[in-house]
Design a protein around this ligand. Structure first.
Ligand SMILES: *[C@@H]1O[C@H](CO)[C@@H](O)[C@H](O)[C@H]1NC(C)=O
Ligand SMILES: *[C@@H]1O[C@H](CO)[C@@H](O)[C@H](O)[C@H]1NC(C)=O
Length: 401
């Protein structure tokens, strides 16, 4: 059952959802190893994109790829598996909270961090992997030194080729992948790479059109590799990020010119994704989450429990955001009360609220379309072409694995 709605409706109702976001995640930063265990809903999660979801791939890349060194990861549970750094925030990021929603403890491991033991999980179609790279974008030219989205998908194609060489075989691998969740967070860095100063509006529109057509090409490749459950995180309000505001002469809460480019991209993405799915991706279930509206609403309607929405927690200078976060930066004390971790990234507290808004109740109905992330991960699928009901009950799933 799909619930269709318009962007206009989403925008109008968005402000009302702020209270819901807040109340649904009162213990923003207290999550972690103490969470109760839930049944795993899906075989695996595969994550692609940028620093909002990277869990450590860039730790393995030389400069100029951006590094998430200390104090990034300062609020991750002590003794948690893997490295404490590598996430571009103080604790868990969007990939972690989404993976928790479907029953995992955190994001699947960073692809470049895989040890032979963890690779066995990946090759069995369980758990998944995170291919995301901070600083990357949709376009190959974005994010010098990072793993581009195109390369991330190539890594996944290699993963799939290795999976099909195990005793699972081609058909079982395809069935496992069709039930797994694919997440992409991208586009923000493509806007950073775009030189606003020299551009006119027609340059900007053709740049965005190129972003969209390249993105759809990548999504079609993932579809051809077996992705059937796709969650897309749209472009963040780039003009509201503390780094952008700190360097802007505009003293308003956000830079509207930058934001309008992100909004244009987000509107086109919804239109093009709907028509591409109808035209050439039968059986594809997808949801687009408006990270744009979720973050904008946190800023424009600061919740009553007093989140700091202007200053970054870690950095320096104006808004604590003229200087990037590093070990020698000014670091806020109560990190759970800040929306922004540094000049461009949100805190764990903000990410947890954002993911609640993609999955839960009235907020999810307003911030996601055409279906909520909860619907995306729970509703029955129809195998493309074959008409086989791919039930995902856990007994059936256990039989698959
Ligand atoms: C990418 O980074 C390398 C290493 O810092 C540098 O030599 C090269 O000029 C950069 N390329 C672009 C296109 O900026
Ligand atoms: C915008 O700039 C491009 C060059 O970057 C130029 O070819 C085009 O004519 C300009 N368009 C307008 C409307 O100024």
């Amino acid at each position: 059952m799909k619930k269709r709605k318009t962007m206009a409706g989403a925008v109008l109702l968005a402000a009302a959802a702020v209270a819901l976001i807040v109340s649904s995640s009162a213990s923003a930063a207290s999550d972690g190893q103490n969470r109760r265990h839930r049944a795993v809903l899906l075989p695996a999660v595969y994550v692609f994109g940028d620093s909002l979801v990277d869990v450590g791939n860039n730790d393995f890349l030389p400069p100029p790829a951006p590094q998430a060194g200390f104090p990034c990861g300062i609020d991750l549970p002590p003794g948690s598996p893997g490295r404490r750094t590598g996430r571009f925030t103080n604790g868990y990021n969007l990939a972690d909270f989404i993976a928790q929603r479907v029953g995992f403890n955190m994001s699947p491991p960073a692809y470049l961090s895989l040890t032979p033991q963890v690779s066995l999980d990946l090759l069995s179609g369980r758990v998944g992997a995170n291919y995301a790279s901070g600083g990357s974008g949709i376009l190959d030219a974005t994010g010098n030194g990072t793993i581009t989205l195109r390369e991330q998908i190539k890594f996944f194609a290699n993963t799939k080729a290795s999976m099909t060489k195990t005793e699972l075989g081609h058909n079982k691998v395809n069935r496992l992948l069709s039930r797994s969740l694919f997440i992409i967070s991208t586009a923000g860095n493509d806007f950073s790479a775009f030189s606003y100063g020299r551009a006119n509006m027609s340059d900007a529109l053709s740049y965005i059109a190129n972003m969209i057509s390249t993105y759809l090409t990548h999504i079609k490749v993932l579809y051809n590799l077996g992705a059937r459950r796709l969650g897309l995180l749209d472009a963040v309000p780039i003009g509201c990020l503390p780094g952008s505001r700190a360097s802007s002469i505009n003293d308003g809460p956000c830079n509207d010119a930058s934001n309008s480019l992100a909004q244009h991209f987000n509107t086109l993405l919804r239109l093009e994704m709907a028509s591409a799915t109808a035209a050439s991706m039968p059986g594809m279930e997808y949801s687009i989450a408006s990270v744009y509206n979720i973050i904008s609403d946190m800023i424009s309607n600061p919740p009553i429990d007093g989140l700091e929405v202007s200053n970054a927690c870690c950095g320096g200078g104006r808004l604590n955001a003229e200087v990037s976060c590093s070990a020698t930066s000014n670091l806020c004390t109560d990190r759970s009360r800040y929306v922004f971790w540094d000049n461009v990234h949100e805190t764990q507290a903000a990410y947890q609220r954002a993911v609640a808004a993609m999955f839960e109740g009235t907020a999810a109905a307003m911030y996601t379309e055409p279906i909520t992330f909860q619907q995306l991960v729970t509703q029955k699928q129809v195998a493309p072409g074959a008409g086989i009901d791919l039930d995902h009950s856990s007994a059936d799933l256990a039989a698959e694995i």
